[in-house]
Structure formats: structure tokens, C-alpha cells
Design a protein around this ligand. Sequence first.
Ligand code: AMP
Ligand code: GLY
Length: 427
Amino acid sequence: MNILVIGSGGREHALCWKIRQSPLCGTLYCAPGNGGIAAVAECVALAPMDFDAVVAFCREKEIGFVVVGPEDPLVGGLVDRLDAEGIASFGPSAAAAQLEGSKGFTKDLCTEWNIPTAAYGRFSDAAKAKEFIRKKGAPIVVKADGLAAGKGVIVALTAAEAEAAIDEIFSGRFGAAGAEVVVEEFLEGEEASFFALCDGKTALPLATAQDHKRAFDGDQGPNTGGMGAYSPAPVMTPGLCARAMREIIEPTVKAMAARGTPFKGVLYAGLMLTAEGPKLIEYNARFGDPECQVLMMRLDSDVLPLLMATHDGTLASAALRWKDEVALTVVMAANGYPGDYKKNTEIKGLAAAGAIDGVEVFHAGTKAEGPRILANGGRVLNVTATGAGTVEAQARAYRAVAAIDWPEGFCRRDIGYRAIEREKQNA
Ligand code: AMP
Ligand code: GLY
């Protein structure tokens, strides 16, 4: 069967790398792909938001299954369009993707279904939002309602900072995404990413993972899309996973089905592990990036039947096998990220890095120019390695980082430190 993957990041490279290994996979295409994806899939210059072009391409190349990576086409209704055209795909409908597309929608769903999350208010008026902030006090969290490429959340340490964030969002900085805000209680705890495949009725939890959201070592500096990740996440004990499924994921799947908008695809819960138990910070309607990269490295089962089962409604009879190994990924980003950075700088040493035992270098933002690979984004490479434990996976990943010759890039040096501390405690 011919497959089309939509997207151009490290997540899509890892998905293509894994799908390529499936005996069910015929020709694999990726739109638009990147310089690394080109090694495992045929990259096609299609814009993910140009649904007419995507449909025409599917017809021309007899695509049997489309895997949608990023949130924009999901929230924009690509899966609805493909459904209407009779083309099977992985991902939620636009109505179901509201779990990511509207923070207010998700908060109200949590209230209605008793799903643990931070206490909140929804506002489309600055004065009322500020009054709420003054009443609640800081620290407090201000969020633009809609998709803001991960930049619409302000964790404010003072009420003044929170009020400034309100003004900024309502000033139009985030466009339509900022027409409404959610103001919520600050939750204390450790964060973890929790993923479950869903077919509208059944949810199948994936292996655990954690990412590092801050730009600099020691989890300092500005928030980013993610500077590294690992799986498993020892903090997510079997007991916590069971609670996350029972208290958060399963009621959500039920709620979405009851609303007539069943969720299909992968539900990604950002969790805060608080003293009272796991609470939902936010939902995403897609795989995490870079969490997907470590999950794909550890997945032993063929990924394609699993993705197809979410569409066909047959997850209840699907089984998942994971490799016993730990996987860890280090994000190499362009100097300056998440602020301004340079593009088109040359990256060398990729072959040497990829030749290290257990290492895969996924490309997040690159383009090929003849034989040269150039940086083409903020997060540029995901240097990923497996190992018997986190220490080994981390050592291999950083050995590969050292083989990469790219003076215009940087990475964190401490990816996985929490897992390593826990491994030491348990040894
Ligand atoms: P989000 O885009 O909603 O995941 O938020 C981005 C980041 O902001 C999260 O990963 C957390 O680190 C932080 N954050 C969001 N909501 C809260 C909250 N209620 N309490 C504490 N931190 C939060
Ligand atoms: N790693 C965070 C995200 O994918 O949103």
C-alpha cells in the first residue's frame, strides 16, 4: 500500500523511518518532508494546508493511507476532507482536534466530565480576566485559547506579569488564537507526556515519555517545542499510568464519543504530576515532537497496522510490543533558538554520527542542496540513541552529537538527567 505522511519535522522523519520498515508499506511519500526524510521517503512539494492538492496527489499516486503529523492540518479539517473523499487516514477530525485547537473547549470538557485539571476561567474581555487574576493572585497561568505554535502560554510569577500577558494576547499578537484567553491556577509538580492511540471507542496507552521544554541546561531559560526526550519515563509508574488512563484519557474518549465527535488518532496528554495525582495541563491531537522520535525507536510492533486500527475502529484487538531498551533524543537547534536564528548553515558529520551503534539522526529542520545538508529551521536535528539504560542511551547520543560538525548549532548537555537520577536511586 502506498503511504503519504504529512509534515516536515523530526516527528515525521521518525514516523517515515518506522513506517518504511513495515512489510505493508509500498511507496512512501512525505509532504513536504525535509533533507533527512528524503533518505527514507519520496519528498513531495505539497503544502499540508492545500487540501485540494493533497487529495489530487492521493488520487494520482493511489495512496491507501495518509498519516497526518502536525496540528494545523488536523485542526483545519484535513482528515474530514480525506474521509469525505474515501481516503483513509491517521488523525482526528477537526471537531475532535478541538481538544488541541481550543484550550477553553478542553477545560469545559474537563469540568463536565470531572477530569482533573487546573481551576480556570475563560474570558473574551480583558477587564474581567484581570479581575480574576487579582482575585486569584500569582503565580498564575495565562493562555491564548487557540493554536499559537506553542507560544501562547505565559506562566506569570506576578499579577502584573499576568495582566501584561492579557493585554498582549488581546492586542492580537496571536491573531484569532488570542480572541479568548484561559486563566488558570499554577500547578506544581513534574511534567510528563502521556500518549494513547484512540479509535473513537478504545484507548491504547503507548510507552511513557518525558521531554525537556526549556531551552537551557537544568530546565532553565525560555520554553521551546522541546529540547530532548526519553522513553520510558521512570516517573510514570504503572500506578500513575493506570490513573492517567482511568481519570483522564478514558473519560475524554467517552466524552468525545458522547458529543458525536469521536477522537481517532493519538491523544497526547501533557500531565502535571501533582501531590494530588496526575492533572491535565493540555491536550494535543498528535504525536509529541520530539517524544515521537523516542517512541518510534522503542516500538517493536509494526506501526502501520496500529495507525490503521485507529481509523478502522479495531484497536481493541491490537497489541503493542516495546523493546526493552531506553531511547533518548537530543535536539540540536540553531544558535539563538527559540528567538531569531540563521538558516542555510551547513551541517557536516551526519554520516559519522549515524554510524554509531544504536544511533539514528532524525532531521527536524534541514534541506538537502545537492550532497550538502543545510539547517532550515529552529530545531534542526534529533540525535537519537537506544541503550540498555538511560546512561548508555545518553552517552551514545552525545557521542553522535560530538561527531556532528555544525558550529552554528547548540544543544542541551543534560537530556535525561531526571531518569538517570531515578535509575541511580533504584540501582
Ligand atoms: P501548554 O502549551 O499548555 O502545554 O503549556 C506550556 C507549558 O507551560 C507547560 O508545559 C508547562 O510547563 C507550563 N504550564 C502550562 N499550564 C500550567 C499550569 N497550570 N501550571 C504550571 N505550569 C503550566
Ligand atoms: N514536545 C512538545 C510538543 O510536541 O508539543
